[in-house]
Design a protein around this ligand. Sequence first.
Ligand SMILES: Nc1ncnc2c1ncn2[C@@H]1O[C@H](COP(=O)(O)OP(=O)(O)OP(=O)(O)O)[C@@H](O)[C@H]1O
Ligand SMILES: [Mg+2]
Length: 215
Amino acid sequence: MKIVVENLTKKIKKINVLQSVNVEMESGNIYGLKGKNGSGKTMFMRALCGLILPTAGSIKIDGKVLGKDMSFPESLGMMIENPAFLPNLTGLDNLKLLASIKKTIGQTEIQSAMQKIGLDPDDKRKYRKYSLGMKQRLGIACSIMENPQLLVLDEPFNALDSTGEKLLKEILNDMKSMDTLIVLSCHDKETLETLSDEIISVEQGRFFHEDSAQK
Ligand SMILES: Nc1ncnc2c1ncn2[C@@H]1O[C@H](COP(=O)(O)OP(=O)(O)OP(=O)(O)O)[C@@H](O)[C@H]1O
Ligand SMILES: [Mg+2]
């Protein structure tokens, strides 16, 4: 898969939250977004997932224009800001419900995604009784369970303990080796630099590419 972002601009209330962003991304790579609070990382990820439409410019995925030729990327896993699930269902039942939309996976794949991030699929607790880190883990399990070709994770390390952090790093490296295109944001410089093939610095809605060879 190849994503080509050309002159992507998003204006909200006269402010350019994304300004002429140009970037090319290819399968099998991890792209790390770094930048201050409010710089535009989440906004870019929303645009990439088809959740907001550009004011100008375009996002092409394998030549197809997002928002024109298709509403959403075809094979997408994402977690943007905080995950949200139904409070009165267990983790497994929440994921089963979401998997029933596309029907590309069964219970085995769902259970395996939960186990990869250290959640017990047989845990009978309802989502509302989950701790913060467990909620985050369920969001991660949800984003990876359908084995997407494009994985967009907005600060996925938030609230994870050191075990969760280690498991997530393993998952990301595994998916990368399976040719997934991963876009990630993270405020921890070292984590981002270790994982990413390319670091993109976001400043006031503009993208600056850092040469990974210099990191
Ligand atoms: N719903 C919204 N309506 C209007 N402006 C918004 C909205 N959400 C975000 N913004 C603005 O868009 C800009 C970029 O925000 P964004 O959430 O992308 O930042 P970020 O880089 O993800 O920051 P953080 O590190 O805090 O998560 C900011 O100026 C913010 O105020
Ligand atoms: Mg953000």
